[in-house]
Design a protein around this ligand. Structure first.
Ligand SMILES: Cc1cc2nc3c(=O)[nH]c(=O)nc-3n(C[C@H](O)[C@H](O)[C@H](O)COP(=O)(O)O)c2cc1C
Length: 195
């Protein structure tokens, strides 16, 4: 038997990423995030309105999608409690969010220059995708930003002989109903595994 549950808590768990953007004054920002779809050379991310990242994207910033592994969960949580904006909403005050214009320094993360976009990569993240902003769709309380990957970087030890990520060496950070988790041993392999 099943009971009806509250729709606002239906956040069933996605891999975490940190998106870097840049504002018109050249100030870099990092946002902890987990709402994304990735297919082919495209990544679509969901970003709440009112955040600094929202403002940067609406102003036309490109983005880097930095993928942390499970060991970085505390840094992600720290970054998630910071905003690069100038004022706090009632909810942000309630959750203890702080204003911070240099999240790299505050969280002890290292900025690494990107090759083709302005926002920097986060050196501690083993996978990084430099992306061009293609479009933004307004979805009410949030936006969907469509990004095209222009450069994909992967830490060498994670790559298999075929030049793609060897999943057996990768322990992602999963935000499982807002609990930080990773994955266990493989249950099985898809017919297209390794391609
Ligand atoms: C693990 C995690 C996942 C998050 N996922 C998202 C997300 O997908 N979209 C979003 O807009 N905010 C997400 N947040 C909240 C933002 O990180 C948070 O609102 C942050 O203060 C925004 O920073 P900014 O105002 O500098 O852009 C997430 C936070 C954490 C810790």
């Amino acid at each position: 038997m099943k009971n009806k549950s509250k729709l606002n808590s239906f956040y069933y768990g996605f891999p975490v990423f940190m998106v870097t953007t840049q504002d018109c004054d050249g100030i870099n920002n990092i946002c902890a995030a987990s709402s994304s779809i990735s297919l082919g050379e495209k990544i679509i991310i969901g970003i709440s309105k009112g955040s600094k990242t929202h403002n940067n994207l609406v102003a036309g910033s490109d983005a880097v999608i930095n993928i942390p592994d499970h060991t970085l969960w505390e840094k992600v949580e720290q970054v998630g409690r910071l905003t690069g904006g100038d004022k706090l909403s009632e909810n942000q005050t309630k959750w203890g969010v702080e204003i911070c214009h240099d999240k790299f320094a505050k969280a002890g993360l290292t900025a690494e220059a990107s090759i083709d976009v302005a926002p920097p990569r986060i050196a501690e993240c083993p996978i990084q995708a430099e992306c061009r902003l293609v479009s933004i769709s307004d979805k009410g309380r949030f936006i969907l930003a469509e990004l095209d990957i222009v450069n994909l970087w992967v830490e060498n030890p994670l790559l298999g002989e075929n030049g793609i990520v060897d999943s057996t060496k990768w322990k992602p950070l999963i935000f499982n109903f807002r609990e930080y988790d990773t994955v266990g041993d493989a249950l099985g392999f898809n017919v297209k595994y390794g391609n």
